[in-house]
Structure formats: C-alpha cells, structure tokens
Design a binder for this molecule. Sequence first.
Ligand SMILES: Nc1ncnc2c1ncn2[C@@H]1O[C@H](COP(=O)(O)OP(=O)(O)O)[C@@H](O)[C@H]1O
Ligand SMILES: [Mg+2]
Length: 270
Amino acid sequence: MTDSSANEPVGLAKDAAARATAAGDATPMVGMYDVEKHFGDLHVLKTINLTVPAGQVVVVLGPSGSGKSTLCRTINRLEPIDSGRIDIDGTPLPAEGKQLARLRADVGMVFQSFNLFAHKTILDNVMLGPVKVKGMDKKSARDLAQALLKRVGIAEQSSKLPAQLSGGQQQRVAIARALAMQPKVMLFDEPTSALDPEMVQEVLDVMTSLAKEGMTMLVVTHEMGFARRAADRVLFMADGQILEDAAPDAFFTAPKSARAKDFLGKILTH
Ligand SMILES: Nc1ncnc2c1ncn2[C@@H]1O[C@H](COP(=O)(O)OP(=O)(O)O)[C@@H](O)[C@H]1O
Ligand SMILES: [Mg+2]
C-alpha cells in the first residue's frame, strides 16, 4: 500500500488546490482535493473535493455503504488514498513516519465502539495519549485529563474501570481521550449508534458544547435533531460521492437529489 501521492499534489489535485488558493479562500482546517479511493474493484470515494473552514460543524449523512466511514478514516490516514491530497490546516498529510504520528494527533476521532483500554482506569485512558505520543509529563497529563473528564461530566468516575461505566459515560470518556491530544479537528463516526436510547442525548450534549466552543467537527450521524441544531452544513453522500452540500435548513426542507429525498423519507418516517 504505497501512497507516494500523499506528499505531493498530483494532477487534478494540484489544480483543485490551486483553484482554492486563487479564489483567495482562507486556509481550510480540512482540505480534500480530488481524493480517490478504491477497495479492490469498488470505487468507494469518487473525486472528493471538500474544504472545511476552522470552527465549522459538518454533518455527513447517507445510506449505509455510501463511504462515510471511509471518508473519515482517510482524513486521519487510517486508510490510505489512491490519489489526490488531504491537508490538515494547510499541511498535507504524509503517508507514513514520525511526522504522520504528529499530524494524526491533530485529528481526533471518536467511533461507534469506544475502544477504551479495559484494564486501565478512566483517568489513565485519557492520560495515555498525551504521555506516550506527545511526551507530556505525567502531572500535566493528569491535570489535563482531569479537566477534560470534568468537562464531559465524568470527573467523579476517574478511578473506575471502563466496564464500571455506562455506554454513554464510556463514550464521553472516549471524547475526553480524543480531546486530550488537543486536536484541531474532531471526527465522529456514528458516536451514538451503539448506545441505549436514554444515553444518546448526554453524548450529543457534549458534542453540541464542543461545537459551540468553536471546534472544527465532521460528524457522521443519523441523529437528525443534532444535524438540524448543531450543523453549519450538511453533506449527503451516496455511492462514494458527495451529492449534496447544503445548509441544514435547505437540505432538510428541500433536498435536491432523488437519493437524498428517498433517504430522508426513510429516516424521518421510521
Ligand atoms: N476495509 C474494507 N475492505 C473492503 N471494502 C470495504 C472496506 N471498508 C469498507 N468497505 C466497503 O466500502 C463501502 C463504503 O463503506 P463505508 O465507508 O464503511 O460506508 P458507510 O460508513 O457510509 O456505511 C462499502 O461498500 C463497504 O462494504
Ligand atoms: Mg460507517
């Protein structure tokens, strides 16, 4: 899986990036330029061009299999791309090496499954990244972790093990853990899909306050209430393409494509 194209803009990507610069746009926090991605014969991301300005909250909608998770995973290089370019705060993501680890720390990610270390305390789970990846001293890391756990409403549980917490609490810890790396961008891939219904709101509330504080966020979710209230912008994906890119109001009241109408019909009536 070589990916030499990642460092250098090539072909169309160079043109797309140049167009953005020529237009006088401020450096976007996330820039994807002519990104292509295949899994074998399956063309899973088709010429993705997307720029997300700092502080913007983007909700990504679309049917299962449309490429939403892959989009997120390419943004922090959990998946390599075939061609095109992805910049974080104006810096192209390198394909590999030490620099990648550092730049990847700029992109926090929260998944459906919380992936906390089962045998470490909540506090240790949140401290680990800053200590191991960023070389932060333990006292500073502990102070930071405690402050973040307080921010997500888990301060009292910091000496417990993950299994002693509810799903909603564990997901809030996962958010604190991602924030501990002091990322520039937060990606959320269906963060509430695995939760019991009564725990969804507490996680959405944390995400909403993060959005209000100005975090740049890309959120894959089926929570339409969150999309309407917290999103600055909605992307609708189908078959590896961004079919619509609109303000939430415009998208929900007047989707343009038949695919989006069909999707909204299903999701809003179920
Ligand atoms: N690691 C993989 N190997 C092969 N195919 C994959 C892999 N990951 C995802 N896919 C396929 O890529 C397409 C997009 O998947 P995904 O990004 O997970 O979509 P979504 O998150 O919108 O449901 C699907 O057809 C899926 O089966
Ligand atoms: Mg997915």
